[in-house]
Design a protein around this ligand. Structure first.
Ligand SMILES: *Cc1c(COP(=O)(O)O)cnc(C)c1O
Length: 463
């Protein structure tokens, strides 16, 4: 095509209805970059339509992550699109706001009086877990070296952790000692620790909001057991609390649960800003009890207002908007606002738990009280129900609901459960509609027994 013809064609395209344009009459290029450009409104509309196949995030009851944000967040995210949070020198106010958020979280988690908060933002709890694990490993190695002891076999002890801890262990060469679930248990039990902890244990990870069951592990009892082990064997084993979800729930709904820096043994805590922190996707946080718990040789300096600023991170460039949005939410909601939002979620979760129990074939593992705003349950009689939870997930999916089914971790992998998370933006009315769909699905599946109930996990759900 000659150049002027191409120009004419493009000019015509600009006046054409999006869905009558040349591009919308074709299958989109999928594996090779197209040779030429196309009108932005057409490309936008076509991609927008393709993305509808992802399903509706508001009906995704599998995710812990934020799926609703107010206008203030949308506007600030837009305004911060060009800010790189690592450029502390160019964007000193973003750096300042990050430091304020760390101090706010240290205070929320009862860091010792007089400390300002040692910590940083991350891309999420996974990166925060890597940083927390590295600090534990470094400090254990320093102690061992100082005592002239071998440093080649570090281990980390935990219960049914999220996959990020398995990654930490593999990437950074630490043996992961995952304590199996006892019959009837929904998390690590303190009395199991003695059989797994030894002189090479860099730390114990306690989870505030187990991803499988949504309960809190008993951090205070775990700390007391480690005190006892120290008195008996001399090993001083620190705790890192993975509070990915619970770090923004417990301070507001369960202030009497002692899990944070009130326990001297808790060295560090991580949380996901983009889960119950209510910030948009892409921000997590880690805070150490005191500055000396973060080994100096893990920290690098970057330029900052002519001086320099310590950083500890796995990546370099990263967007600054999520950090600003987090601070906006702290200011916008305050403690009372966070409490009301989380309480509304917890009330809805407890309502759902009552309805599920009343529906018949289910036994609750977690009823939404005392930990995360969520519900988990299993079939009371999996062999006699005539259908599996996987069948039920499929049936609910026909109405757009994403409710995951999956087996519990070892040693309870024979138990398949379903989990529903109630987040900011999931309403009581919406959950009432889910309950109606759930009842219809159970009636259908009971009336039409599944010849071979599906027993395999479907891919793609959050564990
Ligand atoms: C979600 C979650 C993680 C991973 O957090 P991201 O923010 O998704 O990286 C780690 N641990 C627990 C307990 C979680 O719930």
């Amino acid at each position: 095509m000659a150049l002027h013809e191409t120009k004419d064609a493009r000019a015509r395209d600009a006046e054409t209805d999006v869905f009558a344009s040349a591009l919308s009459g074709q299958i989109l290029p999928k594996y090779r970059m197209p040779d030429d450009h196309s009108p932005s409104d057409v490309v936008y509309e076509l991609l927008h339509n393709e993305l509808l196949l992802d399903g509706n995030a508001a009906q995704n009851l599998a995710t812990f992550c934020t799926t609703w944000s107010d206008d203030g967040v949308h506007r600030l995210m837009n305004e911060c699109l060009d800010k790189n949070m690592i450029d502390k020198d160019e964007y000193p106010q973003t750096a300042e706001i990050e430091a304020r958020c760390v101090t706010i979280l240290a205070d929320l988690w009862n860091a010792p009086a007089g400390t300002t908060g040692t910590g940083c933002s991350t891309t999420g709890s996974s990166e925060a877990a890597m940083l927390g694990g590295l600090a534990l490993k470094w400090r254990w190695r320093e102690r061992r070296r100082a005592a002239g002891l071998p440093t080649d076999r570090p281990n980390l002890v935990c219960g049914p952790v999220q996959i990020c801890w398995e990654k930490f262990a593999r990437y950074f060469d630490v043996e992961l000692r995952q304590v199996p679930l006892e019959p009837g248990a929904t998390g690590l039990r303190p009395e199991q620790l003695a059989a797994h902890v030894d002189e090479n244990t860099i730390g114990v990870v306690a989870i505030l909001g187990v991803t499988y069951t949504c309960v809190y592990e008993p951090v205070a009892e775990i700390a007391a057991e480690l005190d006892r082990i120290q008195a008996e064997r001399g090993w001083d084993v620190p705790i890192h609390v993975d509070a990915a979800s619970g770090g923004f729930v417990a301070p507001f709904l369960h202030p009497d649960v002692v899990w944070d820096f009130r326990l001297p043994r808790v060295a560090s805590v991580n949380t996901s800003g983009h889960k119950y922190g209510l910030a948009p996707l892409g921000v997590g946080w880690i805070v150490w009890r005191t500055a000396d718990l973060l080994p100096a040789d893990l920290v690098f300096s970057v330029d900052y207002l002519g001086g320099n600023m310590p950083t500890f991170a796995l990546n370099f460039s990263r967007p600054g908007g999520e950090i600003i949005a987090q601070y906006y939410l702290f200011l916008r909601l305050g403690k009372a606002g966070y409490r009301r939002v989380q309480q509304a979620c917890a009330d809805t979760a407890q309502y759902l738990a009552r309805e599920i129990e009343a529906t018949g074939p289910f036994t609750l593992l977690y009823d939404g009280q005392g930990a995360l705003p969520a519900v988990s349950y299993r079939l009371t009689d999996p062999a006699g129900a005539g259908f599996s939870l996987y069948d039920l997930s499929d049936r609910l999916r026909m109405r757009g609901w994403q409710v995951p089914s999956y087996p519990l971790p070892a040693d309870r992998e024979d138990t398949v459960i379903q989990r529903v998370l109630i987040r900011h933006g999931v309403t009581r009315d919406q959950i009432a509609l889910l309950v109606a769909d759930l009842r219809r699905a159970v009636e259908h599946l009971t009336a039409t027994p599944q010849p071979v109930p599906a027993t395999e996990p479907r891919p793609g759900f959050h564990h």
